[in-house]
Design a protein around this ligand. Structure first.
Ligand SMILES: Nc1nc2c(ncn2[C@@H]2O[C@H](COP(=O)(O)OP(=O)(O)OP(=O)(O)O)[C@@H](O)[C@H]2O)c(=O)[nH]1
Ligand SMILES: [Mg+2]
Length: 276
């Protein structure tokens, strides 16, 4: 008989403002996690279980931390049911107030850092980010590299199923960000990325100004200014098939405005260090 492996459940960071609750799986994982993907969700019940299955299938060292904002469609209950029946690698942070993509990401990173997993990443739940691309991203995380951006805009990367207008919007937004902030990345708007834990530990999460999707760029500015080397690895981004987008014109315009605020706050980056 193999000796029983007893692993302690992970503890939770306190989030007094959002009345968040953290759920470990009932059966702790027997193998330690080497990568934890944060998945922010709002009304993703149609997508979440299939996505988790595909990530878990990559290997026993992969785990997910779903950060749900009390979705009315029952996404969190689905994740909890899933935890009970299948997965020792599925964690849930349920935020009850203060809904928002930015703060959900911040809380997710704080919780993930407390879990001490060596590599922590994030991805969307809507099927736009294929778990199969994650294996390549992890592979390109060589020793001298601090993180990997899943990129639609490097050779081999592309967007599928999107209108020409939407594809042009991605490019225009990235051009704007490069010009204003001087970042060396082609796809600074990609929400599919992985980082070494040490990089994330340097971020003062509670001081970030973003409350929406611009948290993606704010993190990159801080990491780049810190002198860490990030590379881009190609991904095939697919348009959301099920569920509704939370992106709207107000969010988009606000994101453009906030990039200017980042420039004031963090300056225009002049460093060009990047690892090919
Ligand atoms: N926890 C949490 N997650 C959110 C919130 N808003 C969006 N999300 C999640 O963030 C991810 C990205 O949101 P999307 O609605 O796909 O936005 P988008 O990818 O910018 O827009 P599309 O191009 O239309 O897909 C998805 O996994 C959403 O479920 C929120 O308020 N709280
Ligand atoms: Mg999306």
């Amino acid at each position: 008989m193999s000796p029983e492996v007893v692993r302690k459940p992970f503890s939770m960071v306190s989030f007094p403002e959002t009345e968040a609750e953290f759920f470990n799986p009932p059966v702790p994982s027997e193998s330690p996690l080497s990568l934890l993907m944060i998945i922010p969700t709002y009304n993703e019940s149609e997508n979440i279980a299939g996505l988790i299955d595909r990530i878990i299938a990559l290997g026993p060292e992969f785990g997910v931390l779903v950060v749900d904002d009390h979705s009315p469609d029952g996404t969190a209950e689905l994740v909890r049911r899933y935890q009970a029946t299948h997965a020792a690698h599925v964690y849930l942070l349920l935020r009850r107030t203060n809904r928002g993509r930015g703060q959900a990401g911040i809380d997710g990173y704080l919780q993930a850092l407390c879990m001490k997993v060596p590599v922590i990443g994030e991805m969307d739940a809507d099927g736009s980010h294929a778990p199969e691309d994650l294996a390549r991203m992890v592979h390109s995380l060589r020793e001298e590299v601090s993180g990997v951006i899943g990129s639609r805009l490097v050779p081999g990367g592309r967007e599928e199923g999107r209108s020409l207008a939407r594809v042009l919007l991605t490019r225009a937004a990235n051009l704007y960000i490069r010009l204003i902030l001087g970042l060396p990345y082609r796809d600074a708007t990609s929400g599919y990325r992985i980082f070494r834990r040490e990089v994330l530990e340097t971020i003062r999460w509670n001081d970030l100004v973003s409350r929406g999707p611009s948290i993606l760029q704010e993190m990159l500015v801080i990491i780049h200014r810190g002198g860490w080397s990030l590379i881009e690895s190609p991904i095939v981004f697919r348009e959301r098939v099920l569920g509704a987008s939370t992106l709207n014109h107000r969010i988009l315009l606000n994101s453009l405005r906030i990039i200017l605020e980042f420039r004031k706050r963090y300056g225009r980056n002049r460093r060009t260090r990047s690892v090919a």
